[in-house]
Design a protein around this ligand. Structure first.
Ligand SMILES: [Zn+2]
Length: 435
């Protein structure tokens, strides 16, 4: 179910985003400062992540001046303000949301794991991508037909969810960090990246930002376009993905093993920019993975999903730069979809005994055999607003803490956060000190 649901989401995201032509500001970082910074970043792969609060002030993308001549008529005197810029400014403000967060301490069960915890699979919703003059709620996601299809619960940043609410929810559940997949659609790349920049200024202590850069009809943009987006604010992103590599079964919907041509140059970029790569593999791709893992030993490749879970330890035996997110907990079920709601989810995970027995049977041996390559995640946020609910977050993280407590004590910290930090090239002591 998750496979279909996730895939449907990815396809719809790309389809809707690409169906709409938004005449937005140029998506290229053309100022010399950006280019210079990008050059120095590629010369020195070690990017300083310690000062996330210091990205540059908002860049104004000024349109090129029109050529003037005597034949050019002057603009009408009562020309309205720049509607486009005004609308996007408001959308971005709403996407950030109200910073105030009432934190009520979440009492961790002392019988469970009580240390630091990082969620390594978190989907941040995207901005509404309708053209400003179509009106604020004209996004295809909000059409009546789609509202019914998505059960009125499809998350949109600035409409029914905000960066502030996400950060507040994580703080209230006691989760210390999240690998956050920020969607950056082609037509609204600069606006989407602005949301990431502001999110990192405000919540840089909690988000590990990944660029989720889809293209027209493919799950990724090509390397040259990826580099343009990364050059907006060099050093802003820490990862690339999640990118689906599986086929949804349609006639034109090919699976893309990691050595496919569409990724040409992308792993070199990941290497030079210090980015982790997050893939959702398809079936029978481990040979392709093995080649890529050998060719890029300095890049962390992170995967999840049932297509590879039975084979992942074969890759781990050969490569120490492959990591796996364990997220199908709660009795090996994926419950974070629109068929559930906050109440039904909390109810379904409330009886830990049989669920833990099943999950430990599935994962404990593999995690303890490869204690440096597994970590925890949730795969929440993509398709249902209720998955951001604070009570849901507490139920999710409490269950994870109960699961971790059953692992070998020597492995618990590694699974809960240390492996995640290593995959992101972060220093454990520095991160702990900054919490
Ligand atoms: Zn996935």
């Amino acid at each position: 179910m998750r496979y279909l649901t996730n895939r449907n989401f990815a396809l719809l995201s790309v389809a809707f985003a690409t169906a709409i032509t938004v005449a937005c500001a140029e998506a290229g970082a053309t100022d010399p400062a950006s280019t210079e910074a990008a050059d120095s970043a590629s010369a020195s792969p070690a990017i300083d992540r310690s000062n996330t609060a210091d990205f540059q002030p908002e860049t104004t993308h000024t349109p090129s001046p029109r050529p003037t001549s005597a034949a050019t008529p002057p603009p009408p005197p009562d020309r309205p303000r720049d509607v486009f810029a005004d609308v996007w400014k408001k959308r971005i403000e709403r996407a950030m949301g109200d910073e105030s967060c009432t934190e009520s301490p979440h009492q961790l069960n002392p019988n469970f794991y009580t240390g630091p915890l990082i969620d390594t699979h978190y989907h941040v919703p995207h901005l509404p991508d309708s053209q400003p003059l179509q009106g604020e709620l004209s996004s295809p996601y909000l059409d009546v037909a789609n509202l019914e299809r998505f059960n009125h619960e499809f998350p949109l940043l600035g409409v029914n969810m905000s960066a502030a609410e996400i950060a507040c929810s994580l703080r209230n559940e006691g989760t210390d960090g999240a690998f956050a997949f920020f969607p950056v659609f082609p037509q609204i790349a600069d606006q989407s990246i602005e949301v990431v920049r502001l999110s990192m200024n405000q919540y840089g202590d909690i988000f590990f930002p990944f660029i989720n850069a889809g293209g027209a009809g493919t799950p990724t943009v090509e390397n040259e376009e990826l580099k343009v987006r990364l050059d907006f604010y060099p050093g802003l992103f820490e990862g690339y993905g999640e990118i689906p590599l599986y086929s949804a079964g349609g006639p034109d919907d090919e699976a893309l093993p990691p050595d496919s041509a569409v990724f040409d140059g992308i792993f070199d970029t990941a290497s030079s920019e210090g980015l982790a790569v997050y893939f959702h593999p398809g079936v029978d791709q481990i040979d392709s993975f093995s080649q890529v893992l050998s060719a890029y030993p300095d890049v962390s490749f992170i995967v999840h999903g049932e297509q590879i879970e039975n084979e992942i330890t074969q890759l781990m035996a050969l490569h120490d730069n492959i990591y796996f997110t364990v997220d199908t907990l709660y009795g090996d079920q994926y419950l974070l979809h629109q068929g559930e709601n906050a109440e039904s989810f909390v109810e379904k995970v409330s009886d830990y005994g049989p669920l833990l027995e099943k999950d430990l049977g599935t994962w404990k041996e593999a995690i303890e055999t490869y204690p440096d390559q597994f970590f925890w995640g949730t795969d929440r946020g993509g398709i249902a607003v209720w998955t951001f609910d604070i009570d849901v977050g507490r139920a999710i993280s409490d269950y994870a803490r109960a699961f971790i407590a059953e692992l070998d004590p020597a492995v618990q910290d590694r699974f809960a956060y240390e492996n995640a930090l290593r995959a992101m090239n972060r220093d454990v002591d520095e991160w702990l000190a900054a919490r």
